[in-house]
Structure formats: C-alpha cells, structure tokens
Design a protein around this ligand. Structure first.
Ligand SMILES: [Zn+2]
Ligand SMILES: [Zn+2]
Length: 213
C-alpha cells in the first residue's frame, strides 16, 4: 500500500491518498479547498492511474471534508463516515466562517455509514474501522493491519490529542478511546494523524503526556 500525504487548507489538515499498487485508490479526509489544492490531489490520482473507489472520513469537521464535493464530481465515488457526525454536514460554510474561513456552501449527503469492526476493502487495501469517539461524537480511526498503519484523524497527534471543546467532544471519552482502541495496537504501528507529523504507537505510549497513567 502506497501512502501519499497532502497538507491542505488554512487549518493545515492532512489528506491521505492510498493506493494498492494495482490501480485501486481511496482518499482519507479530503481537505482540499482551493483550485490549486484540487489540482494537486487530482494530479496525484491521475498520474498514478488510479480508480478512486472511496472517500473515508475519520470525522466530519469542516477542515476534513472540504474536498469531498470536488472528488465526487470528478470520480463519482461514495464518502463514508460514522452516522453520529452527520450534523456537521449542515451549514458547512457557516461552520467554516466561525473559524474564519470563506468556503462556498456545499450540500453533502452521507450515503454510507461505518461502524466499529467494519472493514473497508479497496483492491488490495484492507482497513479495519475503529470507533473512537471523543474529539467528535462519531470519530473513527482506520487501521491497516498488514501494513501496521493507523489513520487516526484528530483523535491522536504526535505528542498531543484532539481538542474536546467542540459540540460532541468529550475528554474522558477521548482518553478512553485512545487507551482501549489505539494503545493496544502494536508499538511499530505508524500513526498518520489529521494534523502534524506522523508518529508511532510506541512513541506516543512513551512520550505523549496526555495518555500517561
Ligand atoms: Zn476535528
Ligand atoms: Zn482537524
């Protein structure tokens, strides 16, 4: 599995493009929001000759979904997320404006939902869905056991954790999700967060001040 990371929009959100080496691809958390960002992502997909077969969202905060409409227009694929984050799809431009960002209004409909234990299979890629609420009510992580890679959105960062002050957020729930669902993964698991650099489960167990006992 090949992983490409793009950092998009003023919130510096990480968008991941995964491909299986045989022409099957999917995008996790498309935050592309300008014509230039759209172009960069489309170019990567097209240069690799990928058929984009899905868009996965760790959660539906506006900085992680700004590129969904563009990708759907270009590639006609579904986007998948947890049902409990659906309310973030109402009034996306209003929410973005509250964070100081001007974006055109978009109407996104959650066609397919994911829950804990589901698997998303695209070509040779197999991602296990982990339900990790706390940063948002419907927070998900995607774990690739074969490659020992984890896409964790804003649940866990290198040296930090996601904020819990937005609607649906809860600190105790977030810590519980990280302890029960993430820290039990192998130490070598590479962690690809929604913002900032990649890290590993082992490193966070040792260094992250928020999850020490
Ligand atoms: Zn978020
Ligand atoms: Zn974010």
């Amino acid at each position: 599995m090949d992983i490409q990371v793009f950092t998009f929009n003023p919130i510096q959100e990480n968008t991941y493009l995964l491909h299986d080496g045989q022409g099957h691809g999917l995008v996790i958390d498309p935050g592309n929001s300008t014509p230039g960002e759209h172009r960069r992502l489309k170019q990567a997909i097209d240069v690799a000759g990928l058929q984009l077969e899905g868009i996965l969202c760790t959660h539906l905060h506006f900085d992680h979904i700004l590129g969904i409409e563009f990708l759907q227009q270009q590639y006609h694929c579904d986007f998948l997320a947890h049902r409990q984050d659906e309310s973030w799809l109402r009034n996306i431009s209003g929410i973005a404006a509250a964070f100081g960002l001007q974006v055109p209004d978009m109407q996104l409909r959650l066609e397919k939902t994911l829950k804990d234990g589901d698997h998303v299979r695209v070509g040779d890629i197999d991602l296990e869905v982990l339900f990790t609420p706390g940063h948002s009510a419907g927070g998900l992580c995607f774990y690739a056991p074969k490659e020992q890679a984890l896409f964790c959105g804003d649940t866990l960062f290198a040296g930090s954790i996601g904020r819990t002050d937005l609607p649906g957020g809860d600190y105790t729930t977030l810590i519980g999700s990280i302890r029960e669902k993430l820290l039990c993964l192998p130490d070598e698991t590479v962690v690809y967060p929604g913002h900032g650099p990649a890290t590993s489960i082992g490193e966070e167990k040792q260094m992250n001040p928020f999850i020490q006992d």
